[in-house]
Design a protein around this ligand. Structure first.
Ligand code: NDP
Length: 298
């Protein structure tokens, strides 16, 4: 086994932006080996086969790792299988998520926020120290959600010193607002939790969690980014509903969504625990910054 290769695990990589991130890594960093994470083994095998068919040389640099981020047993089995290979991870890309309309508040938080935390905690011991990288695929919906919250909630969600306890209490408070008959937006508004968008909330919480891990691990590079507005299965419904093509909607191809993640994996970075726009420039946590507009500085 070649111990010099930089190994990167990408979750939710059987399609969409995750698959594009895998391609970008293999294409632009020749000293890498990628663990392509997929919750469904058959879909993961198909993704590996399609990449290898297009790039036969990648067959030795690509491996399937079954991982369902919403299931504790699946995440621990995935971590155990990587540990058993006796290798460290140079990078962990937490990409797997579900979108608006694909679940309840509970299932969206369970996958997008708690799933990301579950994977991070399970793989942290395997991430190379110093210098390893964790890239959390978040969304501009996170800052947009924060901008709709009360001033107190905004301060809480952008607080770089937020503790694990406070973070856990916040997640529990939000989960308690989930109703089997459908989520209650009014319950959110009454607590200063803005527009009640479960997806935006899940990503605002990802950004807060990113700051916690970065603070606890100054020897690592731990950051989050939005990939941009990208044409994938997650966003197809928007175009369908508008009767427009993804291009007409302003969506970019998946390869474009890999730009910021690749930057956070391989570029020289300043600071830690930050949120980046799809143009790979820093963005604020509490309002939208359009790609191409000035970099955020605090
Ligand atoms: P897709 O729906 O195309 O892909 C999502 C991926 O996540 C799939 O591989 C899916 O697997 C996987 N996944 C979902 N749930 C789980 C789970 N429990 N365990 C493991 N894998 C899971 O979405 P995108 O490619 O668009 O999204 C990728 C990331 O980018 C997400 O974090 C998303 O929130 C973010 N994002 C996307 C934007 C866009 O415009 N597309 C904008 C902003 C952020 P399966 O095939 O089995 O369903």
């Amino acid at each position: 086994m070649n111990q010099d290769l930089r190994r990167v695990l990408v979750t939710g990589a059987n399609k969409g932006i995750g698959l594009a991130i895998v391609e970008a890594i293999l294409e632009h960093a020749e000293d890498t080996r990628v663990f392509l994470g997929s919750r469904d083994e058959a879909r993961g095998r198909d993704a590996v086969a399609s990449l290898v068919a297009a790039h036969p040389a990648w067959s030795t640099r690509l491996e399937l790792v079954p991982i369902d981020v919403a299931r504790e047993d699946s995440v621990s089995a995935a971590a155990a299988s990587v540990r058993a290979r006796g290798v460290e991870l140079y990078g962990l890309v937490n990409n797997a998520a579900i979108g608006v309309g694909s679940g309840t508040l509970r299932s969206i938080l369970e996958t997008n926020t708690l799933g990301l935390r579950r994977v991070t905690e399970a793989f942290l011991p395997l991430v190379q120290k110093p210098g390893g990288r964790i890239v959390n695929i978040s969304s501009a919906s996170g800052p947009l959600f924060v901008s709709s919250c009360s001033p107190e909630r905004q301060r809480e969600l952008v607080d770089a010193s937020i503790t694990r306890e406070r973070f856990g209490a916040l997640v529990d408070e939000c989960l308690a607002l989930s109703r089997p008959e459908g989520d209650d937006g009014a319950g959110f508004a009454a607590r200063g939790l803005g527009d009640g968008s479960a997806y935006g909330l899940s990503k605002a919480l990802v950004n807060a969690y990113t700051m916690i891990v970065a603070r606890e691990h100054p020897e690592l590079h731990v950051n989050a980014c939005t990939p941009g507005f990208i044409a994938t299965d997650m966003t197809r419904a928007y175009a369908d509903a508008a009767g427009k093509s993804p291009e007409e909607m302003g969506m970019k191809p998946p390869s474009s969504g890999a730009k910021a993640p690749a930057h956070l994996l391989f570029a020289e970075l300043e600071g830690n625990g930050r949120f980046y726009g799809s143009d790979a420039k820093r963005s604020p946590l509490d309002r939208y910054r359009a790609p191409g507009s000035p970099t955020y500085v605090d």
